[in-house]
Design a protein around this ligand. Structure first.
Ligand code: SF4
Ligand code: SF4
Length: 95
């Protein structure tokens, strides 16, 4: 049976990562991705407001929002909060 570490001192001395999420492409953790339907989008930016990961981007007021897929984790909050049902969560096809 594998012995579980009791403190961090029982683990290798190297950190898990040397980079912040700004550099790490944490979007690779995602299994489903938000896809925005511009036909339905009213540009209310509620998705932008609710995203806990700053992964909804709006270049300037009046533009359609887009998703930063390098960092979006696929939590689905944006799709849940969109009042126009303009965001669907689609399965990642695996890359
Ligand atoms: S919440 Fe929905 S309708 Fe509003 S900007 Fe985002 S995608 Fe568009
Ligand atoms: S799925 Fe989650 S992390 Fe990705 S854009 Fe929507 S709210 Fe943000």
């Amino acid at each position: 049976m594998v012995e579980m570490p009791k403190t961090y001192k029982d683990l290798p001395s190297t950190p898990i990562t040397f980079f912040t999420t700004e550099d790490n492409k944490t979007g690779t953790w995602r299994t489903i991705r938000p896809v925005i339907d511009k036909e339905k989008c009213t540009r209310c930016y509620i998705c932008w407001k609710f995203c806990p990961d700053l992964s909804i981007e709006v270049e300037k007021e009046g533009d359609y929002p887009s998703v930063d897929y390098d960092h979006c984790k696929g939590c689905g909050i944006c799709a849940n909060e969109c009042p126009s049902d303009a965001i669907t969560m689609e399965k990642e096809m695996g890359k």
